[in-house]
Design a protein around this ligand. Sequence first.
Ligand SMILES: Nc1ncnc2c1ncn2[C@@H]1O[C@H](COP(=O)(O)OP(=O)(O)OP(=O)(O)O)[C@@H](O)[C@H]1O
Length: 428
Amino acid sequence: MSRSEVMEAVLSGLLGAMNDAVTVIDNEGTVLYWNRVAEETYGINGKDIIGRKIGDFFQRESIMLFQVMESGRAVYQVYHEPRPGMHVMINAAPIADAAGKTIGALSIERDVSSYVKLSAEMYHHPEGQPLLPAVFPARLLQRVKTVFSLGQPLLLSGEGGVGRTSMAEWLHRSAGRSGRFVMVSCGTVPEGMLEAELFGYQGKEERPGKLDLAAEGTLYLKDMDALPPAMQEKLAAMLRTSRFERLGGTASVPLQCRICGSVGPQAAGEEAGRLLPSLRYAFQLYTVPPLRERKQDLPELCRLFLDQAASKAGMTGPELAPDALAAVLAYDWPGNLSQLRNAMEYAVAAASGSGTVTSAQLPENARLRTLNELTEPDLPLSVHSGEWERARIAETLERANGNKAKAARMLQISRGALYYKLKQYGLE
Ligand SMILES: Nc1ncnc2c1ncn2[C@@H]1O[C@H](COP(=O)(O)OP(=O)(O)OP(=O)(O)O)[C@@H](O)[C@H]1O
């Protein structure tokens, strides 16, 4: 066996073993490979399509592959709904020979229908729980609730916008604390004022600190890792003894509030960042995960935020169309809950009462390119009109007295393509 024969065998083995639909064409658009999953996905046998022009079967796909060949650049994560109820994500790349000349292109399509459908089912489930707790991972919430109810100081680590502040506030509220929820942004209070701000001042005049304001309630120390070391030591001592002294005073005052704090994600790792160990170990540390690590919760989170945004205008929340849901699931949401909430508020405005949010109505960075958008400018008008095509096929079939081979000849498409289209339009 020559080396190229071996490579050929390896390639066809590889394509056959893949779980994604793979199409390979040459630079004329002739189909070279069509794997098992492609056969199953599109109901077209390899023997019917290999050696034929891809454009006879799929217009948009063929345009995209030609665009990829021309630009020499791959495209990733393109969303497409090839037929109603089927949702795929496409990656496509040009193929070059050793001299760098483009000799063809390939596309790999992953069927994400079951994921989108499953999400849509979850998404439609009836009235959720009250808003605040539903936004958080349920197990985490249960645990921190226990820690909080035992009166242990709680430290929430996580990226910006994951909801540490609102979680602390929810804990405070649900514990039925009689006092207030008081927040101190440790990174924004000037260093010289921090001590008086927190512990209060005792001299000729007396000024209460945030600890006093939070008596019988909760003091939330946001971004505790931004505190200077001396303040961290003081807080650690306060938590050890449950007492503190005011600035300028000598009396020891009992601690009368619960303490909760937040730190960046690095504090959860081995290296505690700028947090002193004495302070770190005065707290029970829990990590609030970023959205990209809890994508299964995204449909429900979207629903909550859509409902919330719409209810301000007295409307019920719109639903996410499958392409919008696929876009939401494909995006990583670096700004976490803040960004998702903002995107859903944007979508409610963009959908303007239509009841459905499409991918195009999401903020730009969260949108997914769709095959339709990618190929739109080059398509003849007729392709936009599935109804037109359906009617033409039905009418031709009638004229051919139901003879499919004859109808395919009259339409100047292959029989395989006709069978595919009959199935697509439910004309079988
Ligand atoms: N339970 C919730 N219900 C409704 N909206 C929420 C909830 N939790 C978070 N959000 C939204 O997410 C945003 C970020 O939440 P939060 O301020 O609690 O995050 P954080 O982790 O403290 O981050 P940062 O330090 O960046 O504020 C909120 O302003 C709000 O828009």
